[in-house]
Write a protein that binds this ligand. Sequence first.
Ligand code: NAD
Length: 244
Amino acid sequence: MSDFEGLKALVTGGASGIGLATAELLASRGAQVAVLDLDPTSVEKPLLGYQADVTDDDSVRRAVAAAVADLGGLDVLINNAGIGAQGTVEDNDDEVWHRVLDVNVVGMVRTARAALPHLRKSSHATIVNTCSIAATAGLPMRALYSASKGAVLSLTLAMAADHVREGIRVNCVNPGTVDTPWVGRLLDAATDPAAERAALEARQPTGRLVTASEVAGAVAYLASPLSGATTGTALAVDGGMQGL
Ligand code: NAD
């Protein structure tokens, strides 16, 4: 299939996990793909790597401008860079709250702000934000992370409304627990990583974690012309966690 033939895409947080799987899938379907990440040195051809920190507006603007110049335009923005946080409201101080909201929420705003002037020139402009089931599920020990993803969900809906008349679609995916290096790091930090993984899997209706490529498939659908009439939606990719 070549759903993305001729399209140019930018994926933030594209050097690892869901972002990398998405970048690779879009490239395999014909897109030219730029990856923006803190450390893009591991990114391999045909993906193009650009260094930026989404908490630094100047670095985002520079990286987006360089990527758009190299790609020759921009049709698809995948806003995916994000970090986790565990605990109740009492477990993290203001500094941690500001940091997580800065990366997970304002980071997406910065990238969108830099990308929108270019997306307006595209006849197939889409933005897909990586949200989470944490936005709506009320998960324990995830107060800060859930608040950040709740903001991503609201941001997605508001941006969809703001930009629908100029032909720019904005959607998000809500992954459940996805087997990425991030989750690997959490498991590695546990006293018994194998037992922790088994417990995590047992909590999934499917009995297994979601894969990064399964999330990438949903992102690709929302980013492709196949979903041309869809904007302002959140697509769950959670192995049935919220629905069952
Ligand atoms: P990951 O750690 O494997 O990848 C995240 C990438 O984002 C990394 O390459 C990292 O360098 C990059 N990044 C982090 N901070 C950045 C910054 N300030 N500037 C630029 N890049 C930055 O994680 P993942 O599991 O693939 O998560 C990707 C997205 O998916 C995140 O938004 C996360 O909230 C979301 N998500 C993950 C899960 C899960 O279970 N893994 C579930 C729901 C949602």
